[in-house]
Write a protein that binds this ligand. Structure first.
Ligand code: NAD
Ligand code: DAU
Length: 372
């Protein structure tokens, strides 16, 4: 695709969505970006502060469960491209309350597809080109043993958590709109992301926040579970490649070639925090409750806790197709990406404090009316 696009980004106030909006508005400044986000607990307009002033940008506080609101917005903005991030995304929450995952991830995705079909396929005023890019996850493939080959695009779906099952359902819906209605779609299935603006319920930001505030670092089970980590900007670059060069109707796996056991990640994170405090005396004043501020090792906070129910043991992505067909290649390795993330968290205490103490929610309710 080329020329100026009218891009709707769902879930653009969340972690990856906000990084994507920043990335896209810098790289394609003539594209119009319309963020559609319900501002659930995971959505935060502060994540988009740096793009909010742009004239090609609009934020719409609405819910993908509201089919008529999507329809109206697509008509009003003449949207020709949808990048669909909006989802309930946390596995632990899906174990406790699966219903919201089915609503947003399955019904919400179908609402978007129905609106896109109406405006792009059934309408007399359909744009000459269109694209629905669906952002999905490696969790749809299930879990791997120690010697299993990494997930390819041919790996059979075997989702194990309600979250993964809801994402798998949405992937199938997207595929079906291509096959049945000829909608131009692409899907990317990505491994674990980390980086700026990640909600501190996910492993890496949670551990950083707990480490500098002197709270336990809870490791599920024995910490031997493995994830394949990708710096969030590399995910955004990968989505860009898929959208601009990928075959319509195809699925591409995106990953970091960076498999780590959880316990090794946390130990490494503890060492990096100790080193940061040793190099910068100011950090001990900023975070007086951190063990590193009191001459202790951060590792002293590591605590093994009850395992997650149905905890997938290992994820690993084989991104050969995206590499060979699209030229996809991550720019950060885990060391560089992690350092960027740690520096960002240490320099943005106000952001995560507001998220952790809930004060950002008060600000949202004062500034945004309830979404449908
Ligand atoms: P996130 O939880 O940080 O953000 C989700 C965003 O969606 C929030 O802004 C939230 O307000 C919005 N949202 C939720 N329900 C909505 C609804 N009904 N209507 C409109 N907006 C709604 O999620 P994330 O980690 O940024 O993940 C984004 C997408 O990427 C998800 O689809 C997820 O499945 C996928 N993904 C995530 C990862 C990862 O490691 N985080 C990896 C692969 C794929
Ligand atoms: O693989 C892609 C997926 O990665 C995305 O689709 C999901 O949206 C995203 O949340 C992530 O899922 P995980 O369940 O892998 O991420 P999480 O950060 O919750 O956990 C990473 C690993 O760390 C996992 O094995 C569970 C473990 N863990 C997690 C937390 C929050 C702990 O040991 N302790 C914790 O406190």
């Amino acid at each position: 695709m080329s020329g100026s696009r009218k891009v709707m980004v769902t879930g653009g106030a969340g972690f990856i969505g906000a990084n994507f909006v920043r990335y896209w508005s810098e790289k394609y400044p003539t594209d119009r970006i319309v963020v559609l986000d319900a501002l659930t607990y995971a959505g935060n307009p502060a994540n988009l502060e740096s793009v909010a002033a742009g004239e090609n940008y609009r934020f719409v506080h609405d819910n993908i469960l509201d089919a008529s609101a999507i329809d109206e917005l697509m008509q009003q903005e003449q949207i020709d491209t949808i990048v669909h991030f909006a989802a309930e995304s946390h596995v632990d929450r899906s174990i406790h309350e699966p219903d919201a995952f089915i609503q947003t991830n399955v019904i919400g995705t179908n609402n978007l597809l129905m609106a896109a079909r109406k405006h792009w396929i059934d309408s007399d005023n359909a744009p000459t080109t269109h694209l629905f890019h669906h952002v999905s996850t490696d969790e749809v493939y299930g879990t791997l043993g120690p010697d299993d080959p990494a997930f390819t695009e041919q790996t059979l779906y075997a989702p194990n958590s309600p979250y993964a099952a809801s994402k798998a359902a949405s992937d199938h819906l997207v595929r079906s709109y291509h096959h049945t209605f000829g909608m131009q779609v692409t899907t990317s299935n990505c491994s674990n992301n980390y980086g700026p603006y990640q909600f501190p319920e996910k492993l890496i930001p949670l551990m950083i926040v707990n480490a500098v505030t002197g709270k336990p670092l809870p490791i599920y089970g024995d910490g031997s579970n493995i994830r394949d980590w990708l710096y969030v900007e590399d995910h955004c670059r990968g989505i860009d490649r898929v959208m601009n060069k990928g075959h319509r109707g195809a699925t591409y796996n995106l990953g970091g070639n960076n498999e780590w056991r959880n316990i090794d990640i946390v130990n490494q994170l503890c060492k990096s925090i100790d080193a940061a405090f040793a190099a910068n005396a100011h950090l001990a004043e900023q975070f007086p409750d951190a063990p590193a501020a009191k001459g202790k090792n951060t590792e002293s906070l590591v605590t093994f806790v009850k395992d997650r129910l149905g905890h997938d043991w290992r994820y690993a992505i084989d991104a050969t197709l995206a590499e060979t067909e699209l030229g996809y290649e991550p720019q950060e390795n885990f060391e560089s990406g992690f350092q960027l993330t740690l520096d960002w968290m240490l320099n943005n205490e106000a952001w995560w404090r507001a998220v952790m103490d809930g004060s950002y929610r008060d600000w949202i309710s004062k500034n945004y009316s309830a979404a449908g």
